[in-house]
Design a protein around this ligand. Structure first.
Ligand code: ADP
Ligand code: MG
Length: 481
């Protein structure tokens, strides 16, 4: 780190601060708000080094991204404000007692070269003037999953920033981006956020989001119906291919081959690939060797379970986004303390607490009420992982219907409702992906599971009886596990 000029630190400070904040105003006007906030919110001017302004940031990843991507824009703004040529230098701020470390999960073997980071495509348009996108444009993307709705904390910041970097500069950077982490930690959310961002700001790019299991099924169908050509077109004619839960690809050798070819075509054509997985790449053997390690510009980012503070922030954001009755802070903290494994569980707990309160006479959410609701959800003892089979069994017993009906094609209401309940509970209580859950229910499509989930979530707030059934079933399922 270079020495600051020592002359008159106080005056320099005020003038530099002012200069920096005016330069940031210029930059802010050029970028959309989300991008601006992500990269610039924690920048802090320190002083001058020659004609450069020295700025501190909180981590190395942010520093490199700012340096490589925004130095030009900043220099221009600073020069314009000060009336003479100026540049900018970034240093990482050292919090007391910490050392500046590269995040552990950044694969050192895939250095991003500086020239690759220079903007090669135009900046995304700013928020103004963007018309809402055609909702039918990319039907597999849910608008719920945006960067705005994602809470970044220490546990997921690297993945969040990598995802946003790819979304900002699709096709050219970090290819493939590989994000991994346990179930319910936000992988699908980030993956879809990339897709939503790109179709909003780069509407000319063709984006496809797909769950890897769906891709496997699609492949099998294509072979059976001799329609490999259209299968290939579906996956190859994209600018951005987002593949969720790629661990599903490792089970079958033949399908893997086809995927390697697909990925080769895409990367050869300078297309963006983003992958997620529930385990690190080195546990995916062939996939790792043939898909990930061969790319020069790949990036690997892990996602860890969120810390308490992040969990509370996630709950707050959800309450805010959903509207409805306020939830007191001590209740949010209680939920965050109890539901600590992952975000899906956290959301499930919030839904139940709110649903329960809606159905009480005065509709107030208190700590006592929350404690009551959560007791059934999170018994104090450790339990084995819950299987879909256990859930199905308990649901069948509870509604007195045979298992064969539950997983059959029957559409009568006395079967459909228990089936939806069982799917809802499978989503909440197991780690399985939507297609896997669908498969466990007589080979249904993942959209059926999404529908069931939405239906029961809605009913929970409408009918006390449904909430009670869910509570009772959760209890008995936990006891069986
Ligand atoms: P995964 O794909 O890793 O299993 P998801 O992306 O499906 O997890 O996340 C589960 C739920 O938690 C989703 O509803 C998602 O919106 C939410 N979620 C996860 N992480 C966050 C976060 N950091 N901020 C806000 N919501 C989150
Ligand atoms: Mg997922």
């Amino acid at each position: 780190m270079q020495q600051l000029e020592e002359s008159t630190p106080v005056e320099v400070d005020a003038a530099v601060r002012d200069l920096w904040s005016r330069a940031l105003d210029v930059v802010r006007g050029e970028l959309n708000e989300l991008v601006f906030k992500t990269w610039f919110h924690d920048t802090e001017p320190l002083g001058l080094v020659g004609t450069d302004i020295l700025v501190s940031v909180s981590n190395t990843w942010g520093r490199d991204w700012l340096k490589n991507r925004y130095s030009g824009l900043l220099s221009a703004a600073l020069s314009q404000m000060s009336g003479h040529a100026m540049g900018v230098q970034f240093v990482v701020r050292q919090a007391p007692g910490t050392i500046d470390q590269q995040p552990a999960a950044v694969e050192e073997t895939f250095p991003a070269r500086d020239e690759d980071l220079a903007p090669q495509i135009s900046e995304p348009a700013s928020d103004a003037g963007i018309s809402p996108r055609d909702p039918g444009a990319s039907s597999d993307l849910s608008m719920r999953y945006t960067f705005d709705r994602f809470v970044a904390g220490d546990s997921n910041r690297l993945a969040y920033q990598c995802a946003l970097a790819v979304a900002e500069t699709p096709v050219f950077k970090y290819n493939p981006l590989f994000m991994y982490g346990g179930s319910g930690l936000g992988k699908t959310h980030l993956l879809q956020a990339i897709g939503n961002y790109i179709i909003t700001y780069y509407p000319h790019l063709k984006v496809r989001y797909v769950d890897a299991q769906h891709m496997v099924d699609d492949f099998t169908d294509a072979i059976r119906s001799k329609s490999m050509d259209s299968f290939r077109r579906r996956y190859r004619e994209n600018d951005v291919l987002l593949v969720d839960d790629v661990q599903a690809l490792i089970s079958k050798k033949e399908t893997q081959e086809e995927f390697f070819r697909t990925f080769k075509v895409l990367s050869g054509g300078n297309k963006q690939i983003v992958l997620t997985s529930d385990r690190p790449p080195y546990e995916l053997e062939t996939l790792h060797e043939r898909l990930i390690s061969r790319f020069n510009h790949g990036m690997i980012a892990d996602i860890n379970p969120p810390e308490l503070e992040t969990r509370v922030a996630i709950l707050k954001k959800k309450v805010e986004a959903e509207g409805g009755a306020a939830v007191p802070n001590d209740v949010l903290t209680l939920i965050a303390e109890r539901a600590s494994a992952n975000v899906r569980e956290l959301e499930g707990a919030l839904i139940r607490v709110r649903a329960y309160a809606v159905l009480t006479p005065d509709r107030t959410i208190t700590v006592e009420l929350a404690r009551d609701v959560l007791k059934g959800m999170f018994p104090d003892r450790a339990t084995r992982p819950i299987s879909v089979h256990t859930i199905q069994n308990e649901v069948c017993k509870f509604f007195a219907i045979p298992m064969t009906d539950l997983v059959s094609n029957k559409r009568s209401q006395n079967i459909v409702f228990p089936r939806q309940i069982a799917m809802y509970l499978s989503r909440e209580l197991t780690d399985l992906s939507l297609p896997r859950i669908g498969a466990e229910f007589g080979g249904r499509d993942h959209t059926t599971v999404i529908h069931a989930n939405a239906k029961i979530t809605h009913l929970l707030t409408e009918r006390r009886e449904v909430l009670n059934q869910i509570q009772t079933l959760t209890n008995s399922i936990r006891q069986k596990s």
